[in-house]
Design a protein around this ligand. Structure first.
Ligand SMILES: Cc1cc2nc3c(=O)[nH]c(=O)nc-3n(C[C@H](O)[C@H](O)[C@H](O)COP(=O)(O)OP(=O)(O)OC[C@H]3O[C@@H](n4cnc5c(N)ncnc54)[C@H](O)[C@@H]3O)c2cc1C
Length: 399
């Protein structure tokens, strides 16, 4: 792809930056710092602002509500969104089940679900993992048995991000146990209000509630909620994972975090005379991350150009996931080190944005440890980095 920006792209960047600066209130910016744990009300408010502008789904085809931007414009928009720092746009609808529905769904499914995903009024969660079926996802046991015009679903999902806020769950279920594990899986859309569906919270080590267990006891799901063909769910599930893995790399967010650390290093002494920026050890490590980040950015640009030309993300999505998440973790470690003793207080009210007293240290230190703790999950979710290495070993190196 051509990575040189022409003047129209520079104008586009200025337009996006101005719009986001005008639209993002201080309250929405504060909610943005909470990531997945921001409230649904704040998330929906930001989503609607972008929807009203027509900018909420740049990756979608224009006929379904996408922006029809070129690859460079999409890249600029993603960067500016990360720099602005608004509440996270939930990936489960826009980035995951939306593309599955417009690619494999029936006209009725598209008409029922795409408008709510696009305008942010319907929230989704992802029901893939189960106890014992994470990396080995194809071993999943939650069953769906046909009974008249319904499937009857029984089983359990775990680590379901935002299930407590979601209206719908897209779930992988077993519809045939007699054949190879991958060929007996189906992809179902399930209304979270269906009788027999129960959500139980898991509060994670960052002190926040993002995760849940979801239990299904004789949950009746209309057959019309099946995506594509019965027992072909693995195909749709893999299509979705390709989208998920490139998104997790979080290049623009890491660029923002690295730039923020450069600023912190100017003032934060942390025992170093003249500030951390005078510490060869600290700046060498920060520079190392920045160089890797620049390389990742170019890899991402190449990948996006390939995808725009109709090529699948393929194993490159695994490379993006590994490098992107390792960079995120390296930046989180540097932030904790920069904050030093200010990172020690683990005050939940401060972390959750509910405190009515000033924090004991600087703003950047409040969630340094909380983000570091939750950040360990980045190399696990979306398919662990070990599994991504297996994918590369097989698909790229032919091992
Ligand atoms: C914060 C967070 C959010 C999540 N959100 C969701 C969600 O919304 N929806 C959802 O469905 N799931 C979600 N997950 C689940 C996630 O996809 C799984 O945790 C992940 O796939 C790993 O599965 P597991 O936890 O069962 O670990 P396991 O599969 O038991 O793996 C344990 C360890 O063994 C390693 N390992 C396993 N198999 C191999 C192998 N063949 N070769 C080399 N190493 C291997 C793994 O890399 C890992 O280090 C989330 C997880 C986290 C942590």
């Amino acid at each position: 792809m051509n990575t040189q920006m022409d003047s129209s792209h520079n104008d586009f960047r200025a337009e996006v930056r101005q719009f986001l600066a005008d639209a993002l209130t201080p309250e929405l910016a504060a909610a943005g710092a909470l990531g997945f744990a921001a409230s649904r009300a704040d998330g929906t408010r930001w989503h609607k602002i972008l929807f009203d502008k027509g900018w909420v789904a740049p990756e979608w085809p224009a006929e379904y509500g996408g922006t029809d931007w070129d690859v460079t414009q999409k890249h600029i928009f993603e960067e500016e969104m990360a720099l602005a720092g608004g509440p996270m746009l939930m990936p489960f609808g826009l980035g995951m089940v939306g593309p599955v529905i417009y690619t494999f769904g029936t006209d009725e499914q598209k008409a029922q679900h795409l408008p709510g995903i696009l305008d942010g009024s319907t929230w989704w969660c992802q029901g893939y993992s189960e106890p014992g079926s994470g990396s080995d996802l194809a071993s999943l046991k939650t069953s769906a048995v046909r009974d008249g015009d319904d499937y009857v679903v029984n089983g359990q999902k775990i680590w379901t991000t935002n299930a407590h806020k979601a209206d719908w769950i897209f779930a992988l279920v077993r519809t045939d146990s007699s054949s190879k594990p991958q060929t007996g899986i189906s992809f179902l859309l399930i209304d979270m209000k269906t009788p027999g569906l129960e959500v139980k919270p898991i509060v994670s080590i960052d002190g926040l509630h993002h995760l849940n267990e979801v239990y299904f006891t004789d949950v009746r799901v209309p057959v019309t909620n099946l995506i594509g063909e019965e027992n072909k769910g693995w195909t749709y599930a893999k299509f979705l994972l390709g989208h998920e893995r490139t998104g997790i790399a979080g290049v623009a967010g890491s660029k923002k975090a690295a730039a923020a650390l450069r600023e912190v290093a100017k003032d934060e002494s942390n025992g170093v005379d003249g500030g951390l920026e005078k510490s060869p050890e600290f700046t060498a490590r920060l520079s190392d991350v920045e160089v890797k980040l620049a390389a990742l950015e170019f890899t991402e640009a190449r990948l996006l150009a390939d995808m725009a030309a109709g090529k699948p993300a393929g194993p490159a999505a695994s490379t993006m996931k590994i490098l992107g998440t390792e960079i995120q973790q390296a930046l989180q470690i540097l932030r904790v080190e920069a904050a030093a003793h200010y990172a020690l207080p683990f005050e939940l009210a401060q972390i959750r944005g509910e405190a009515n007293e000033p924090a004991p240290g600087p703003e950047y230190a409040i969630r340094a440890v909380s983000d570091y703790n939750f950040g360990r999950a980045a190399t696990i979710y979306g398919g662990s980095n070990e599994i991504q290495r297996n994918v590369i070993a097989k698909a790229v190196l032919g091992l």
